[in-house]
Structures are given as C-alpha cells and as structure tokens.
Design a protein around this ligand. Structure first.
Ligand code: GLC
Length: 408
C-alpha cells in the first residue's frame, strides 16, 4: 500500500459521462429500463465538454483540501472518455467533445500535485461479447457461456486497461462492476499481477474480487471501521452523476462530520461531484467543496499526518492521533459549553489548545484510583469553530490508555 494513499484523507470522485446530457442515472437508467439503450446513447450527440477546464477542477480540488481525484474513464455504459483503439464507443469518436478528456485531467492534477485516479468498470453493458446488457437479461436465468466470446471480451478489457496505464500512468485504478461474473471468469489475480508488472506503485481498490489494496464502503461511514486501509465513497446529493432534479445536497455540517468520522476510523473520504455535460461543476457542489477545504485549512494538524483515533468510549467525540501518537485530536461537533471530558487517559498532559484560535485551554483531573486514571476535564474554549471545533491534547510521550475494569 502506498503511503500517499493512507495519508491523503480526502479525494474527489468525478462521475462525468454522457448521462449528464439528460441528467439521468449513469448507465443504470438503460440497464434498469428507465430509458431505451438507443435513447441513452443519443446523449452522445449532446456531450460537448465545451467548458471543460481541468485546471479549474484541479484548483478547486486543491482548495477543498483533497490530495487526489478519481475520474470515470469508463462507466458501466462502456463509453470511454479517452480515444481507445479497442472500440468506437468513446466521446472522442462519437460525441461533439471529439477529443481525449482523460489526458488533460491527468496533466492538470499533476501540475497541482494531486494524485491521479481513474475509475474503470470491468463489466461493459455495451460490448457485444459481454453476456449481459440489461437487468432483465441478468435475471433471466442460467447463462449459456460462450467461452470464445468471453476470451475476446477479456482481451478487450485487458487492452483498454493497458491503454489507460500506458497512456496516463495513473496512481490509482478505481475498479467497479465485478459482481456479475465469478473470479474463475475474470481472473482478477492474473489481472492484478499484470497491472503491477506495468506499474509497480499502482494502488487498486477492492473491487477486484478480493485482489485489491483497500476496502470501499459506499455512502455511509462504517460503525466499526475496517482494520486495513479503506475509503468511503460518498455523494454530495443523492446522485453520482449530474442530475438537475436532485437538489438534496447535504449540508456542510453533514459533510464535515462524515469526513471526521471517516478519518477518525483511519479511512479516506472520496467525495463525489457530478459535472454537467459541458464539464462545469454546479455551484451547490463547488461551494461545499470550498467550505470543507476552509474547515480543513483551519484544522489541518488534526487531519493530515494523523492516524485513526482512540477506541470509542474514552470521549464522546471522534478522535485522531498524530502519527507520533503524542497528540490526541478531539472533534467537538457542537461548541463545547461546560467541559470536554476524557476518561481512561493514562498519559500526562502537556498542553491543550483549540485549533484555529490557538487558545490554550485549562484542564483538571478529577478522581482516579490507581491504576484507573482520573477523568480529564478540559475547559470549553471561549471561541468555537463555526463547524466542528478541534481540541489538540498534547501528551507527555506516546498516548497510554487505561482500558481495564478498575480496582475493587
Ligand atoms: C454505485 C453506483 C455506481 C457508481 C458507484 C460508485 O455502485 O451504482 O453507478 O459508479 O456506486 O461507487
């Protein structure tokens, strides 16, 4: 696992494709029969990328505090955003955009020191050699396998991936769509080896039937975080791609809390935006990215250079720890009123400050009965962050917790 990934904390997911023309669900709309395949693909005629400005994207993601982004190079609909030699089905050959959209994205990200991620769907609901194109077909009953067609499909699948790795040298490949067929058919172990042989520092997500580098919970931070590396993918409104009728944008407080719960469990947040067909990002999403970035900016030490926090129960707030384990960061959702209390903290405290204001906070220990440490009560700061207020508890050495059952 590359350390840039576990240190990144925030990435931006981009679902950009022909589905933005009508503003309908990406790929699933024809798969589930909401629109015919023909009408879905007519959206190619309206996909212009006319205001595509990847440098503006990269500047926005930087301002959001992100360290990487992941763009849908190809979603389940099979429409490639690059000039693939393996199929005609690309916005380069079939839409008025008529140019490669992946290369400029990768270049712009790199110019702003952001890592480059590409989303790629294994399954392809357009390819003639892929056995299912609709939910109806998938649920119709046992499939009569056509081994030759499947081998042709795998050659195509591997061919497109080779193009992506060779042309754009992505830092991360974000796979999806592995659920319709088993490992015996996909041979993901072999695919993984092949990709690593091309680029040994490549990071791959879990959607490789067990051969990935990290777990990908979707749409909700796990209550018990996975032990290994993980990343929560999460939409700002209720849609991955652009949908004009979806105004259900989450308030900033929910986005910040979700981010906090993710990093306190040792994960990254991959926050999704759905650009319009012209490449612009709607103001409701842009403003939230900027506001999240402003909060991260005020509280940077609690975000970057940290690892997952202490187990729940010691303090009724999410926490992170500095990588040297000498500072505990406590995330207070509402402005603390009286005191913030921490139980079972065996370490001596050197100093406690509120991030942002830098105000030093007085604190006291109450009670305790060796080996049970007394409760640490931190006086509320006089100024709270308009969103989540972070307290930095600097310790005398690496954190020591008391987790026993007490004496008596
Ligand atoms: C869901 C959606 C899919 C999207 C993915 C991202 O599986 O159905 O369209 O690309 O989430 O994780």
């Amino acid at each position: 696992m590359q350390s840039w990934f576990t240190d990144a904390k925030l990435g931006i997911f981009l679902h950009w494709g022909v589905y933005a023309v009508r503003g309908i669900p990406e790929s699933w709309s024809f798969y589930n029969g909401e629109i015919t395949y023909e009408n879905y693909m007519k959206q190619l005629d309206g996909f212009t990328a006319s205001a595509y400005d990847p440098d503006a994207w990269a500047r926005l993601f930087k301002a959001a505090g992100a360290r990487y982004a992941v763009l849908t190079a190809k979603h389940h609909d099979g429409v490639a955003l690059w000039d693939t030699a393996h199929s005609d089905l690309s916005v380069v050959k079939r839409s008025p955009a008529a140019r490669d959209l992946v290369g400029p994205y990768a270049d712009a990200l790199r110019a702003h020191d952001l890592k480059v991620g590409l989303y790629f769907s294994h399954l392809d609901w357009s390819h003639p050699d892929y056995p299912f194109h609709t939910s109806e077909q998938f649920h119709a009953g046992p499939v009569v396998e056509d081994p030759e067609a499947w081998e042709r499909f795998l050659t195509f699948h591997r061919g497109q991936l080779t193009e992506l790795v060779e042309s754009y040298a992505p830092d991360l490949l974000w796979f999806d769509g592995d659920w319709e067929r088993p490992e015996e058919l996909w041979r993901m172990a072999e695919l993984r080896d092949r990709l690593m042989a091309m680029k040994s520092d490549l990071v791959v997500n879990s959607r490789l039937l067990g051969h990935g580098d990290y777990a990908t919970p979707e749409q909700g931070a796990p209550i018990t975080p996975p032990d290994g590396p993980w990343e929560l993918c999460y939409t700002i409104n209720d849609s991955w791609g652009y949908q004009a009728r979806d105004h259900d944008h989450k308030p900033l407080s929910i986005l910040i809390r979700t981010f906090v719960e993710t990093i306190s469990g040792g994960g990254n947040l991959l926050l999704d935006v759905g650009p319009r067909e012209d490449g612009t990002i709607v103001p409701e999403q842009e403003s939230r990215l900027r506001a999240l970035g402003a909060w991260i900016g005020r509280n940077e030490p609690a975000v970057f250079g940290t690892i997952r926090g202490i187990p729940a129960g010691h303090v009724y707030a999410p926490t992170t720890l500095s990588t040297d384990r000498r500072t505990l960061y406590v995330f207070c959702y509402d402005p603390p009123r009286d005191s913030v209390t921490i139980t079972g903290l065996a370490s001596k405290v050197r100093r406690i400050t509120a991030l942002g204001s830098g105000e030093e906070l007085t604190h006291r220990r109450f009670g305790g009965f060796d080996p049970v440490p007394g409760v640490l009560a931190i006086d509320a700061p006089s100024v709270a962050d308009p969103q989540v207020t972070v307290l930095a508890v600097e310790l005398d050495g690496e954190i020591e917790l008391y987790r026993g059952e007490g004496r008596g």
